[in-house]
Design a protein around this ligand. Sequence first.
Ligand SMILES: [Zn+2]
Length: 647
Amino acid sequence: MDRSTRPGDDFSKYANGKWDQETAIPPDRAAWGIGAILDEQARERTRMLLDGARSQSTAGSDQRKAADYYAAYMNEAAVEARGLATLQPMLDRMAAIADRGALARELGSMLRADVDPLNATEFHTDRLFGLWTAQDLNEPSRNTAYLLQGGLAMPDREYYLADNPKMAETRTRYRAHVVKVLGLAGIADADRKAQRIVDLETRIASVHARREDSADVHTAQAWTREDFDRKAPGLDWAGYFGAAGLERQRAFVVWHPAATTGEAALVGSQPIATWKDYLAYITIDHWSRLLPRAFAEERFDFFGRTLAGTPQMPERWKRAVDSTNAAVGDVVGKLYVAKYFSAAAKARAQAMVADIKTAFARRIDALDWMSPQTKARATEKVQSLIVGVGYPDAWRGYAGLEISGDDALGNAMRAEEFEYQYRLRELRQPIDRNEWWITPQTVNALNLPIQNALNFPAAILQPPYFDPAAPDAHNYGAIGAIIGHEISHSFDDQGSQFDAAGKLTNWWTPADFEHFKSASARLVAQYNAYKPLPDLAVNGQQTLSENIADLAGLAAAYDAFRISLKGGTAPAFDGFTGDQQFFIGFAQSWRDKYREPILRQILLTDGHAPSPYRADTVRNLDPWYAAFDVRSGDRLYLARPDRVRIW
Ligand SMILES: [Zn+2]
């Protein structure tokens, strides 16, 4: 803490100032804080589990597959010896493309379920489109195929289009990166080809939806298979979907209709030769982490050093753990929770979730602006939330996935294909609202608005977020606010549009929705005023869902904390009252620091505001003013009417 800072002037600095001053970001990290520290701990634990799994498992078992996957990744000599050999058949096929029919088939064969499932609106794929399979938002009784925009190597359209010197410089360096990748692969005429590839990507970027528009579920459209031919000419969709294994799929949700039309038109209008060069580049770049060192280093140099500001590539074993988690995450997860997540921890976390659900329902009931009809629907929604704590009830198996002990790239490609086939089968299976979308060893939590479900993995349910040895006040402020945050996503600008069954429905009375919108607008303005970089502010609209969740989650956690006291007083700790401990616990859970380039990337692409501003959410809660004697004139002070209260 920095007790010389007035809490009312900069609460984040008051709670975290000394840490911030004394902590250096490790050289292999772009940002550093509580989440990253726990993430490193989870990696260490996973490495030990994988080392042990090798000797303790039988040949052909899932555990052995995980151990072999990790070992193959670590076998750098084998990776060097293979060179581009594993990719060569694919590159040869791309080089042989002679017409737009073959181009469509190649693009279709590359479709993967590689959209970041944490949030359907916060995703990125360098394939032309991304696929996500989930409950249909119009017909929640069935699963459907969501198609999302893609095709860019850099994180967002702004990197290709934004008109400012910083981005122009990044583009110059990106073009040099493309030249280097082509050169390393022995592709002739790299300079001219790189220019054409970047030009094509820039055209793709120009048809992409903006980040904040992507968050509006109402722009998504239900398309039949026939709609693609009519609404998005240029791409041979029959060839595309055939090669993607989706020839039988009749119904789709197209998340970015205009981008789908625009990308298909580019497939029809841009020279085939340019597409072939682009495909070769994007394929090599996509897999370069599993190619010989020169490729992996070049990728890190641009995406790690230039785009994120990270000086040093993480050690190989860390990358191997991450890759193993991505490939066979449930095998690792099962080992992880057996060792690191006790039944007692699970029970205590479940009890906290129940408390906060109750507090949330009471808050809704007490709202003076909301009509009884809307309240009834909201309460139904909280009560029917499915809350997963620690790990899923059922584990995924990996029968049929072939893992070799010395082919790291082949393993990763087969694992991606295996995952894709799993998702295709899921399209024909009944919906599963208990399905988990992150592994237990992930330090994160999430809300799945369409499933009306939450996932709280084991790896986040540990100190300092959740510390069985700490006072309750601390735990309610830290993990309690995170639990409240995830519950609240069911009621933010996204979740408020889905009913209890996950159907996209307007369950609000018009007057209630107007109130919600005006409160949201004040929160947008509050965050728009934060300016972390001289030329870049927080985007209040882009971060609205998360800011609502932070605010509502903190308020619900505070109520749950008060309820837990049953009218009594929380014990003082270290000279702090219960309320002070609660708010400090909250602000310390957002203890993070960033290098400038990653901060820039977050401001442009992330749905979350940078952590210090998340810590300052406290300024909207009346009890915070009382706890720290915050007064008019303090920098974070808001007059009562300016404090935003949504739920
Ligand atoms: Zn969130």
